[in-house]
Design a protein around this ligand. Structure first.
Ligand code: ARG
Length: 294
């Protein structure tokens, strides 16, 4: 019999091929029937560039079909004419345990979306916590394990982080975004596995773009997630991090080549979906996806 203690080399290999566990997801999406870029509220939006609404709908449909093919549930909210950004449902609220904390948008152009999403939540059996503070929902709030990472700097305010903590009774970790291209937290952090399983916090893991954050926030992330994937600027700039994970499958942009390789190396299954048309509005896969946690 050989000595059973694994060689250091073997330990590394084991980490790399770690078994990933797919969790069921329920999402809220909005077909981009009225999608266009008619105003500028982030550096990606250029109203002079033409948009192709039919193409946006086809690309969106491929994301919708992908979720269903993976066994997830997708609910739909009716698109409203004159609200072209409604396709980015991640901004519509933040939902845990059947309670939806409503959104209160920073810019006038999107303000009417807040009540529209709250109506949908009420009509679909969620308790709604109406927001007093400006916040853009899951665009800036990410549940990782038992903590909520919360972004500020461009959209959601620091005061909304306090409100969020009161609504859900959870630890809220404030992070400051500093690069205008990455104006929502979900453009700079991807939650790969939010579950604190038998392996403890080890399984709750993220990927992020370091320089999208100020120094204080970088230090917090490095301390909390020593095993996080750090992505390149090239992958961040194609919204590679704006992705949705079910713990095993990670839906990402086909342009994020380096991130795709990093995910494979960690035992995740990257699934490529191209939302190039929706990137003209400054949004990607995660932006078009709001998780409904019952
Ligand atoms: N045009 C939208 C805005 O600027 C894009 C929102 C993207 N959503 C997101 N969760 N990052 O508000």
């Amino acid at each position: 019999m050989q000595n059973t203690a694994p060689a250091p080399e073997a330990t590394v290999t084991q980490t790399r091929t770690q078994t990933r566990i797919q969790q069921h997801r329920r999402y809220l999406m909005c077909r981009p029937e009225h999608f266009t870029v008619s105003y500028t509220i982030n550096p990606w939006m250029e109203p002079a560039n033409p948009t192709d609404t039919a193409l946006a709908v086809r690309q969106w449909q491929s994301l919708y079909d992908t979720y269903l093919a993976l066994g997830h549930e997708v609910e739909l909210i009716d698109p409203i004419e004159g609200l072209p950004d409604m396709v980015y449902t991640a901004n519509g609220g933040f939902v845990i345990g059947g309670t939806a904390y409503g959104a209160k948008f920073r810019f006038q152009e999107r303000v009417p979306e807040g009540p529209a999403f709250m109506d949908w939540f009420r009509d679909n059996g969620f308790d709604v916590a109406e927001p007093v503070e400006v916040n853009e929902g899951e665009g800036d709030f990410l549940l990782v394990g038992d903590a909520i990472l919360a972004g500020m700097g461009f959209r959601s305010t620091g005061d909304s982080h306090g409100e969020l903590a009161r609504v859900f009774g959870k630890d809220v970790v404030s992070l400051t975004l500093v690069d205008p291209r990455f104006y929502h937290l979900d453009t700079a952090i991807a939650v790969l596995d939010p579950v604190e399983g038998p392996g403890g916090v080890e399984r709750a893991n993220i990927a992020y773009l370091e320089h999208a954050f100020d120094e204080r926030s970088q230090a917090i992330l490095a301390e909390r997630y020593p095993d996080a994937i750090r992505v390149s600027d090239a992958d961040g700039s194609v919204f590679g991090l704006n992705s949705a994970s079910d713990g095993l499958n990670v839906i990402i942009s086909p342009r994020a080549k380096g991130f795709e390789a990093q995910l494979r190396e960690r035992g995740y299954n990257p699934v490529l979906v191209d939302l190039s048309e929706l990137l003209l509005g400054g949004g990607g896969i995660k932006c078009c996806t709001l998780e409904l946690r019952s």
